[in-house]
Design a binder for this molecule. Sequence first.
Ligand code: NAP
Length: 252
Amino acid sequence: MSFSLEGKVALVTGGGRGIGKEIARRFVAAGADVIIASRKLENLHKTAEEFSSLSGRILPVRCHIGKADQVESAVAAAEEQFGTIDIMVNNGATNLEQGPSLSVSDAAVMKMVEINVLSAVRFLRLTVPKMIEKGGGSIINIASIAGLRPQREGLLYSFTKSGLIMMTRTWADEWGQHGIRVNAIAPGLVRTDFSSFFWKRLDENAQYPPTQPIKRLGETSDIGGIALYLASDESTWVTGQVMVIDGGATAR
Ligand SMILES: NC(=O)c1ccc[n+]([C@@H]2O[C@H](COP(=O)([O-])OP(=O)(O)OC[C@H]3O[C@@H](n4cnc5c(N)ncnc54)[C@H](OP(=O)(O)O)[C@@H]3O)[C@@H](O)[C@H]2O)c1
């Protein structure tokens, strides 16, 4: 059994905190060279410093993933430093205008699509041709259980995550012949800044959805291991799948 990522290069968007940070930590510890890309460089540097004693190298790169030119420069910086990318993790995302569907603005639709969905298309347009040349790669898209069933008052978030899931399946179908695997992870409620609006209320009431058999919040460590599995050679027959990691919330 080998979860080693020695000799591999990974790019993790939003790798400075939350789920992306934990994924980056697992990858660096497994020997990969990892680029972490997001808007707040100071935060990325802090994470890089924290991981500096781990096995692989880490490169922080400032990148607003909704902006095409910044996506291009992030990939160029990654390739200049470490060579071509073997593992691409589309993790960075945003959630705007949570509320009734009729109040959603055009601007919010466009921004959510650009950051949560188009960013992945742009990163893959730049990285997949080189994966094809090399004969393989692993792509991991961080979706959500909100992409599998509607999230109350979360129209835009749900539809962008659902889009990412369908892209995952489509890309897996298209690029499998080149040895490229494409999978999604759909987390339930995980304790990060992103979801604090939801889990702070749960903590106060100590109540979990009756449909969630494991009565605790998800932690970023619950997601990191599955990402390492999907990146590693332990999962070479796994593609086009959505790994649901949610304490069983959607099991019924
Ligand atoms: N937490 C949950 O309950 C949960 C559940 C299901 C799915 N997810 C998904 O998990 C992923 C990670 O979320 P998280 O919970 O770890 O949240 P988080 O701790 O708030 O992290 C979000 C990350 O995305 C980056 N980001 C946001 N907007 C960006 C932009 N425009 N350009 C570049 N980077 C950007 C942030 O970095 P900067 O601020 O530095 O840009 C940050 O690193 C997301 O795709 C989210 O949808 C989370």
